[in-house]
Design a protein around this ligand. Structure first.
Ligand SMILES: [Zn+2]
Length: 411
């Protein structure tokens, strides 16, 4: 199948350049040509898609999503009444909303079983391309330990998601192997406490450097990299010393941590909207007090750290922790990054070329170079001049994935 999408303009985020009167040709799911209509010969049998009034750009990439979390806050009574199968079923609308917001590729940061990725790949349900971590691993009492002090463990028991709690170097090796066996493309570790966990403190480092290093080694032997939920300063540093590839959240960066990231070429995935959503849910009474207090306490420091990282030139890969906030709302992160000093072109690169390189999809997603997946979006105007165009799902009028239209809104 050949599809030719004709837009008012084509935006290349890498060069921050607009090509007027552009066409993108997609054949069997991959881009074969793109550029000004006058120079591209469109095959006669191509399905011609008129995207008049729209600027075309590569489909967006979110490096930190949890499709299995519902994004509606945390009501523990609701949670207790949710069977594991319902958690999985809820990924169906989550994946569709993600795609309709213009995010044609994601990295899922834990909780989502491999069957969800396979269902999208097999066309059983619409959704973005995804690389998945399957489970976020933490120590006893760490960020993904859902035991409460009363003795109850509220972690949903999805059979093909391994146990998230692990202690010790050898058990870590085994758990990483189990996680890869369960279909993980990435290994996710929690090297500090977090906001939405009952027993820990985001200021405290968790897992030892030995445990982190063991996970990195085991992942590497099978061609995987490690992403670290790392909020505490020492948790960030331990993760970097242990050899992880990406730092998620990075709430308390100091000059040393920034220097280490610059030296190692590590990406920071800020997820600025996540604490914002914790606070919003809390304001609506949909967040336990302990989580609301932690969310409010970290928000300003988080922004300050990310501002410093942007200024220092740390690689910033777009990620939102959506699943804390509602699915499809992730574009708001663009506005927060911009507010902290990131130029619009850099904001767009963070969610296209930089994100693709970070999660291991360079040249395939986040670009419309020939050979890439035929994933593109259309917005009514130039997002370099107005980031709102990519910040709200309603502004994304056209979404094409692999040459197939998955969202089309009348102009
Ligand atoms: Zn997360």
């Amino acid at each position: 199948m050949i599809t030719a999408v004709f837009g008012d303009a084509l935006l290349d985020p890498v060069r921050a350049e607009l090509t007027p009167d552009a066409v993108v040709v997609i054949e069997d799911g991959r881009v074969t040509a793109r550029g000004p209509r006058s120079t591209i010969s469109v095959p006669a049998d191509a399905l011609k898609l008129n995207a008049e009034g729209l600027t075309l750009l590569p489909g967006l990439v979110d490096c930190h999503v949890h499709l299995r979390s519902q994004g509606t806050g945390r009501d523990l009574t609701d949670w207790l009444g949710t069977p594991p199968s319902l958690w999985v079923a809820a990924t169906v609308p989550a994946a569709r909303l993600t795609l309709e917001a213009g995010f044609t590729a994601i990295r899922d940061a834990g909780g989502t079983p491999a069957g969800v990725r396979m269902a999208v790949e097999r066309g059983i349900m619409p959704g973005p391309r995804m690389k998945i971590a399957v489970v976020g691993l933490s120590q006893t009492g760490g960020h993904t330990d859902q035991h409460f002090m009363c003795g109850v463990n509220i972690a949903p028991r999805i059979p093909d998601v391994p146990n998230s709690v692990v202690d010790g170097v050898e058990p870590m090796r085994q758990r990483v192997r189990e996680t890869i066996r369960a279909g993980a493309d990435w290994i996710k570790l929690c090297t500090s406490g977090g906001v939405l966990s009952p027993n820990d403190d985001p200021h405290h480092a968790t897992l030892t450097v030995g445990e982190i290093r063991a996970a990195v080694e085991e992942a590497a032997t099978q061609g995987r990299k490690v992403m670290a939920h790392a909020q505490a300063n020492q948790g960030i540093k331990n993760a970097l010393i242990g050899g992880v590839a990406t730092i998620e959240h990075g709430i308390w960066l100091d000059d040393d941590a920034i220097e280490m990231m610059l030296d190692g070429g590590n990406a920071l995935v800020p997820t600025l909207v996540a604490p914002l959503w914790v606070i919003r849910h809390a304001d609506e009474g949909r967040m336990p007090k302990w989580a609301a207090d932690k969310g409010r306490a970290v928000f300003d420091d988080h922004k300050e750290s990310v501002r410093r990282a942007i200024e220092a030139g740390v690689r910033i890969a777009f990620g939102t922790d959506t699943g804390v906030g509602p699915h499809g709302s992730m574009g708001e992160e663009f506005l927060l990054l911009n507010e902290l000093g990131m130029e619009p072109a850099d904001c767009l690169r963070s969610a296209t070329s930089v994100a693709a390189e970070t999660i291991g999809w360079k040249g395939e997603v986040g670009t419309l170079e020939p050979g890439a997946f035929g994933d593109l979006i259309g917005v009514p105007g130039n997002p370099l001049e107005n980031l709102e165009l990519v910040a709200k799902a309603a502004n994304v009028h056209l979404v094409v994935k692999g040459g197939e239209v998955v969202k089309e809104r009348a102009a």
